[in-house]
Design a protein around this ligand. Structure first.
Ligand SMILES: Nc1ncnc2c1ncn2[C@@H]1O[C@H](COP(=O)(O)OP(=O)(O)OP(=O)(O)O)[C@@H](O)[C@H]1O
Ligand SMILES: [Mg+2]
Length: 322
């Protein structure tokens, strides 16, 4: 029996079809990744599964209960780490965890030990009694994650859990997620824009765009589905013409000043490819990654890892109010 099953799940906001007919079946102890561009419908999907938003139509059964008919039963069994900050900044870190524990029925006897364990996990022991308003962005994110797992949820929704965190903390959090799954069979659904995170953690990945799941499989199968290696040629005058007659070229497209080829058995064919193309300035060859899969299905790039620029910089700018 799946732990999460949705049937033609939809959420429409007027004309906007935020989620447009999703069918998912997720097993206990699975780590399922939802990947998609900004505005694809990831957060809306998680919110409906966590009973925080009501579907326009369709249904979702989570931990054996219907999210619309039995929301309280669902809520007792799920944890959520929100994309947007939701901590109480007028309380300390420890008080935030304690309040959440009380709300979710973590027993008084167990609470202090659990809080100490979580503060250690997210490396906030030294700042536990400071007000959250004096925390840095990364510290708030870490506390938010600790709070999401405070009450040992059976199912955990993580909406971009490690956005803006330093590499060491991300590694810690990944290891803890894996431990929860191994030891407690927690089921995890996460969204991420980080390819390394999806690759490392997810058993299966659903790529979502415009509210629809457009690909769903294991990371290995998704990569294999491209049907060959990726060869990138930077050219003075990019064209796909020379490659059209080559049987071993499975796909060819122009992206800016580059031609992207999907090539079967690329090492034996690279010489011929180069011979037949004019004005090649730079060549890159790799086995397909999730980023290539994402690009193929959505026409956009994922982020490779944390760092400056791109999505993260946009996010940080938006947090500063720019
Ligand atoms: N409360 C709302 N009212 C109106 N439109 C909304 C609302 N919430 C979300 N939307 C729209 O629904 C679509 C999906 O939004 P959602 O937040 O689910 O995307 P997302 O995949 O989580 O994107 P991101 O990667 O930016 O977090 C967007 O077009 C968004 O503008
Ligand atoms: Mg989102």
């Amino acid at each position: 029996m799946p732990v999460i099953a949705t049937h033609d799940l939809r959420k429409h906001y007027g004309e906007v079809k935020a989620v447009d007919g999703i069918d998912l079946s997720i097993s206990e102890g699975e780590i399922f990744g939802l990947l998609g561009p900004n505005g694809a419908g990831k957060t809306t999907t998680l919110h409906m599964l966590a009973t925080l938003q009501r579907p326009t139509s369709g249904s979702a059964v989570v931990a054996g209960f219907d999210t619309v008919k039995q929301p309280l039963k669902v809520r007792q069994r799920v944890g959520m780490v929100f994309q947007e900050p939701t901590l109480d900044s007028t309380l300390t870190g420890r008080e935030n965890l304690d309040l959440h524990g009380r709300l979710y029925g973590v027993k008084g006897k167990e609470r202090p030990g659990r809080i100490a364990e979580l503060l250690k996990l997210v490396d906030l022991e030294g700042r536990a009694d400071d007000f959250v308003k004096h925390y840095s962005g990364g510290m708030k994110r870490r506390l938010e994650i600790a709070r999401g797992i405070m009450h040992h949820p059976e199912i955990l929704f993580l909406d971009e859990p490690t956005l803006g965190l330093d590499p060491q903390t991300r590694e810690h959090i990944w290891a803890y997620i894996e431990k929860m799954v191994a030891e407690q069979h927690t089921t995890i659904i996460l969204t991420t824009h980080y390819m390394d995170e999806a690759d490392r953690l997810c058993d299966r990945i659903g790529i979502i765009d415009h509210g629809k799941i457009i690909a769903l499989d294991t990371p290995e199968n998704l990569c294999a589905s491209l049907g060959g290696d990726v060869v990138k040629l930077r050219m003075a005058n990019p064209t796909t013409k020379p490659f059209e007659a080559m049987k071993f070229v499975k796909a060819a497209e122009i992206k800016g000043n580059e031609v992207l080829l999907t090539v079967e058995d690329s090492s034996s064919h690279l010489a011929e490819i180069l011979q037949r193309s004019d004005g090649v300035q730079h060549v890159e060859l790799h086995t397909p990654t999730l980023n290539d899969v994402f690009l193929k299905f959505t026409g956009r790039e994922m982020r490779e890892e944390s760092g400056e620029g791109g999505f993260l910089a946009d996010y940080q700018a938006s947090q500063r109010g720019h």
